[in-house]
Design a protein. Sequence first.
Length: 273
Amino acid sequence: EIWNLGHLFGFLILWLFMINLFPVFYPDSIRRVGLVFLIMLAASAAIEIIQHYIGRSASVKDVGLNIAGTMIAMSIVILRYRTFRKMSYGVVVIFILVVFVLIWPTVKIFIDEINISRQFPVLSDFTTPFESGRWQSSDADMVLVKEKDLTVLDVVLLPENKYSSVALNSFGQGWEKYRELVIELNNTMELDIPLVLRLHDKHHKKYNNQHSDRFNRSINLAPGYREIIIPIIDLYNSPRDRKMDVNNIESIMIFAININKKKHFRIYKVFLR
């Protein structure tokens, strides 16, 4: 995700170059600004269409970052040369607000990547801003809640479909020097919750996401606080036809299968030791 900022800086540099090289792009009127945007949008759309046809995924987010880079370039020129005179600062303020909206999701990811590095070998403990963005759910509700002095992830698995899951998809890498993965959970119900813990590495797609190519372990989560402990050697040996790359784990998923009513538990911390 952070690499997506290359779109912003790329179009920033491109339009500074274009504005200086070709006077027709100089933003001295609303008409010229509109011309730059039309050309930029056409170029962005063409790039995304080409990516689609060469097997890469097109992204509306990339187009937004292209827009942000272009707006920053024009703001620099407008402020430097006061091309709109009295309107200059108002136009730039509007540009800055739009740029902020466009790049804020990527900025949050950038900040969280810094926190991921600082936290390691803790993979998630809900003590840093934007950490909930590392987690994704499917047919499940999840929300951060306060429990005494802690912030924890409150999870409700829903019975609508066959699978209901939560997954941690962004965390520190390089696990081989650690002994075990620990997941701290709390079953807030009175009965056991049957769960499955699944992990796979970044090579899993090459093996067609086969069940035998990942780590799977059934867990009968008893009521109350529990630690789920997975030896790293078990992860390493879990694929049938190869060794798992424990330095490049892609996802940690907890899911339930064919539940007939809601299941409720909390996640406190995921870490290596």
